[in-house]
Design a protein around this ligand. Structure first.
Ligand code: PGA
Length: 262
C-alpha cells in the first residue's frame, strides 16, 4: 500500500502569507511525487490557499471536524464544508485535542461517523500517555480503537487510517523522544491484529497504520518496515513546519519503499 505522510502544522504558522509560502515551498520541492501520498493539514483558515498553491502535488487534510453536518454549533467546522473545499483526510482524536479540549472517545466516535457521512477519510489518532515497558501492550490502544469505531458498519471503514502517536514521543511533550523503530513496528502489528478482530481481515487489509511522534528527516524512514506490514506512513508535527525537512522526509520514505522493492 502506498505510504502516507501527513504534515500536521497544528496551530502554525500565524499568517496567511507564511502559510502560503510554506505550502508553496513544500509543493515545489516535492515536484511530482510518486510512490508516497503527501497530505498537508494546515489550520482551517489556510486550507483554501494551501489547496490552491499545492495543486495536485499534495492532498488536503483537516486537523479536526465537528460531529454533525450543520447547525447551531458556534465555532465548529462541518465535515461537509471541508469536503466542499477539497479536503480528503481529517485527523480525529489527536492527543492534543483529547488533553487540551477534553475530547473523549464518545465524541471522537461521533466525529468519525460524521466524517464518513461527508466522505472524508478519518485518520484516527490513538496512543498511550506514558512510556511503558516494550513488553506491555497498553490497554488504552484497544480501548480507544474499539470506541472510535463503535457502531460503524465494517464496510464504511474501508481505507481509513489509524495513527499511532504515543503521547510521550510527541515533540512538544516535555522530555519527549521518538519511539524506537522496532517498537513502532510491534505496535503497528498489534493495531493490525486489533483491526482484524474488530473488522475482519478483508476490511483490516485496506487500513493503513501510520506513526507520529518526533519524526524527523534523520529517523523518518526507519519507522517504515517494508518487508512486513508495519507502519505505512507518518504523521509529522514539528518537522513539517520546515519545508526542507518535510521534503527530505518524503524523499527518504520514497527511497526506502523503492529501494526495498528492487
Ligand atoms: P511531532 O508531532 O512530530 O511534533 O512530535 C507528532 C504528533 O502530534 O502526532
Amino acid at each position: 500500500m502506498k505510504p502516507l505522510v501527513v504534515a500536521n502544522w497544528k496551530m502554525n504558522p500565524t499568517s496567511l502569507r507564511a502559510a502560503e509560502a510554506l505550502a508553496r515551498r513544500i509543493a515545489v520541492g516535492l515536484g511530482n511525487v510518486s510512490g508516497v501520498e503527501v497530505a498537508i493539514a494546515p489550520p482551517f483558515p489556510y486550507l483554501a490557499v494551501v489547496g490552491r498553491v499545492t495543486r495536485q502535488r499534495t492532498v488536503l487534510a483537516a486537523q479536526d471536524a465537528w460531529a454533525g453536518a450543520s447547525g447551531a454549533y458556534t465555532g465548529a467546522v462541518s465535515p461537509l464544508m471541508l469536503r466542499d473545499l477539497g479536503v480528503r483526510y481529517v485527523i480525529l482524536g489527536h492527543s492534543e485535542r483529547r488533553r487540551f479540549l477534553g475530547e473523549d472517545d464518545g465524541l471522537i466516535n461521533r466525529k468519525v461517523k460524521a466524517a464518513l457521512v461527508a466522505r472524508l477519510i478519518p485518520i484516527i489518532a490513538i496512543g498511550e500517555e506514558h512510556r511503558e515497558s516494550q513488553a506491555v501492550t497498553p490497554p488504552v490502544l484497544a480501548q480507544q480503537l474499539a470506541r472510535a469505531l463503535d457502531g460503524i458498519p465494517r464496510r464504511r471503514l474501508r481505507a481509513i487510517v489509524i495513527a499511532y502517536e504515543p503521547v510521550w514521543a510527541i515533540s512538544t511533550t516535555p522530555g519527549a523522544r521518538p519511539d524506537s523503530p522496532d517498537n513502532a513496528t510491534r505496535r503497528a502489528l498489534y493495531i493490525r491484529k486489533l483491526l482484524v478482530k474488530l473488522l475482519g481481515p478483508s476490511v483490516a487489509d485496506t487500513i493503513r497504520v501510520i506513526y507520529g511522534g518526533s519524526a524527523t528527516a534523520k529517523n523518518a524512514s526507519s519507522f517504515l518496515a517494508t518487508d512486513i506490514r508495519g507502519m505505512e506512513g507518518l504523521l509529522i508535527g514539528g518537522a513539517s513546519l520546515n519545508a526542507e525537512e518535510c521534503i527530505t522526509i518524503v524523499q527518504s520514505i520514497r527511497k526506502k519503499v523503492r529501494g526495498d522493492k528492487s
